[in-house]
Design a binder for this molecule. Sequence first.
Ligand code: ADP
Length: 499
Amino acid sequence: MMSSLVKNYIGGQWVLSHSDVLFESLNPATEEVLAQAPLSTAEDVAAAVAAAKAAYDKWRLTPAPRRGEILFRVAEILKERKQQIAELMTREMGKIVAETGGDVQEAIDMAYYMGGEGRRLMGYTAPVEMPNKFGMALRDPVGVVGLITPWNFPIAVPSWKILPALIAGNTIVWKPGEDVPASAAAFAQVFADAGLPPGVLNVVSGAGATGAALVEHPDVRVISFTGSTTTGLDVYTKAARLGKKVTLEMGGKNAIIVMDDANLDLAADAITWSAYGTTGQRCTATSRLIVHRQVKAPLMERLVAKARAIRVGDGLLPETTMGPLVNRRALDKVAGYMDVARAEGAVIVTGGTRSPLAKGFFFEPTLLDNVQAGSRIEQEEIFGPVLAVVAVDSLEEAVRVNNGTAYGLSSSIFTENVNAAFRAIRDITTGIVYINHGTTGAEIQFPFGGTRGTGNGMREAGQAGLTSFTEWKSVYVDFSGRLQRAQIDTDAVLGETSS
Ligand code: ADP
């Protein structure tokens, strides 16, 4: 397949970057170059921000239900192009077509959901102190927002940011992950074809420096970031100095707890899917199994059989059940963790090696037994098909181990005991909790995000997802025709305390 040159999308045009330095997007299954894209400069970012700024007033004043209609068209076009975009994504970042199809589906769901917000976007009214006076709280757009996204969900993660930002009336500059420029361009084209006015959504390709230029641009008031913890904290620090609002979605070290009364077949299915789906590269991937000692042996037997039955290969082939890691750096990182595991006394029960395929960044589904709570393998985000198993003796210990990492994204417990399930819901401190389900599978109508080192308290998706992209405006309308007493009292109090 010929590689294509991805351009920037600015002011409704596909344009060349000011930079002639290109980076390559490789197909991780074949190591062939799929696309090339520019390492866009601060000048490119400034042009994109200027286009977004110029488009803002008209978009802001477009009635929200009309904005919603464009989002519905985005959903319809995505439905038509689902297979085509899914295959492009598989070629670009490796996960199997069933999963890249799910990635597009999330964007379709989000487009319908946020399109519907065009007729809600609820504020509220509340009673006020005086007669002939009315009070309400409205959601206003913020202006130009900057979006920075990673490669693992090339369409879904950007959709969680782009669609709420649009329906709220903001204009956008988006810097996609450097492993997926072609997928990002295909997504941007959908918005263009849906009739989104020029300048409302702008896309600049590039790596860290391009993202940093966006963070630092004075006309960008909000940064919504998904990616690694190190980068996220860097973005947060720079943006904080400039007084910007930031939404961060960073690492995870998600666990499934399996209690001694669990349905082990169900648990084994869910663990396998959550640990090895997307080659373990979801932010919500299960990377720890916290299992009650009494059921560990029969569960491990099931898990080893399932891991060995996984067919590693090119995600475009129908028989493949697990694709490659995204790039060579990711492969080296995961392989490096095998040495850490051995040094810490963990036992590699299955996997632990690169797959014996001539080309591609493949790693075998890996199960690590005898992992100690607090060890590096148990604490650090590996972002690969590696599951670490920790044995425990009680629900209390299981919850303690579950909560005992720097991250707080997703957890799950398998139990048939309603008391244990509700205790877990109460005591688990992650942002997402599942009962008798894997750690993945969040739906777009609920808040998505994590506690502790996973985020900064913000959430994406659902109604909560509008928070990043709106400002509250409180409005008081006094129709009494005179200055009312409560107002005078407040002024008097303020006058006393401020002088
Ligand atoms: P990942 O490991 O998922 O690639 P990163 O945190 O490195 O995670 O990247 C997430 C996104 O952040 C990517 O779009 C990347 O280009 C961008 N990025 C990387 N470094 C910076 C930075 N210093 N400032 C802003 N964005 C950055």
